[in-house]
Unconditional design. Structure first.
Length: 284
């Protein structure tokens, strides 16, 4: 009996599919990914901060430029100072007697108008009225200062009236203002003293000029010469009336010699407090 041939175990048998061997697990790069993410975030934040900083700088610069332009426009559109502020500023720098400057401290309001006939209305914190007041001396000093201010600051063609009123609105003092015909930039005080110095006047008259602290002249039509001194008293009771009369003599001669020849008026010499000490008429 013959032995059947042995089959090879693989001959004619279906072959088993080759199963791939599993690869060893790869190490995760988690740490690297996290580090990369952090770097990316930092880069983005840096870019944003830089852009934001640029915007802030630009905004700040733009705001500063806008503020400067706005300030320039505001400065150019500022309203002129009020008459009250302008008067006080002028008094502060003007060459006025100390007592006159002190008297202007009573001024609470000034309203001025120019034109052919102007007005300056001065309101004070003083009491009383023109006929019954212990404040008329201070009011006279204020009116003198206001007259000088009007001549310097109001239109050159303007003439008018100064009124100084009490707190209650009653009249305390008044004076005229207006440019003198042929006047100069030199103050009336300086012109008067310079004229007296070279004039042919008695020595006692020239000596009396040392008491003169301020002169205000109006020499057109009905004129006036108002002289303030450092003397005391008043017209009825003063040891200074003799000296005041000498000053009036010089003032009348000066007015006749230097003011508008067609003008006539009154020369008045007042005490330091503004009370009348002496007066005299001038005019051709």
């Amino acid at each position: 009996m013959s032995t059947p041939p042995q089959q090879q175990p693989w001959a004619g048998w279906p072959q088993q599919p080759q199963v791939p061997q599993p690869q060893p697990p790869k190490k995760k790069r988690r740490g690297l990914k996290i580090l990369g993410g952090v770097v990316a975030v930092l880069v983005i934040v840096g870019i944003a901060a830089s852009a934001g900083g640029g915007d802030d700088d630009t905004t700040a610069k733009s705001a500063a430029e806008t503020k400067t332009r706005t300030k320039g426009v505001a400065d150019s559109e500022k309203k002129p100072a009020s008459d009250t502020a302008a008067f006080r500023a002028w008094v502060k720098k003007a060459d006025l007697p100390a007592k006159m400057k002190s008297a202007t401290g009573h001024v609470t309001h000034v309203k001025a108008s120019g034109g052919t006939f102007g007005t300056v209305v001065v309101t004070t914190n003083l009491k009383g009225d023109l006929t019954d007041s212990a404040s008329t001396g201070a009011a006279e000093l204020i009116s003198t200062a206001a007259t000088d201010w009007a001549d310097d600051e109001i239109g050159s063609d303007s003439t008018g009236l100064i009124t100084v009123n009490s707190k209650g609105g009653q009249l305390l003092a008044s004076a005229n203002f207006g440019k003198k015909s042929g006047g100069s930039a030199q103050s009336d005080t300086a012109r008067f003293k310079a004229w007296v110095k070279q004039a042919d006047l008695p020595s006692n008259v020239k000596s009396a000029m040392t008491h003169v602290t301020h002169v205000k002249a109006q020499g057109s039509g009905i004129g006036s010469v108002d002289i303030t001194t450092d003397l005391d008293g008043d017209l009825m009771n003063s040891a200074s009336t003799g000296t005041a009369q000498l000053i009036v003599t010089a003032a009348v001669d000066w007015a006749d010699a230097t003011l508008d020849p067609t003008s006539v008026g009154l020369a008045s010499v007042n005490s330091e407090d503004g009370d009348l000490l002496a007066n005299g008429n001038f005019g051709k």
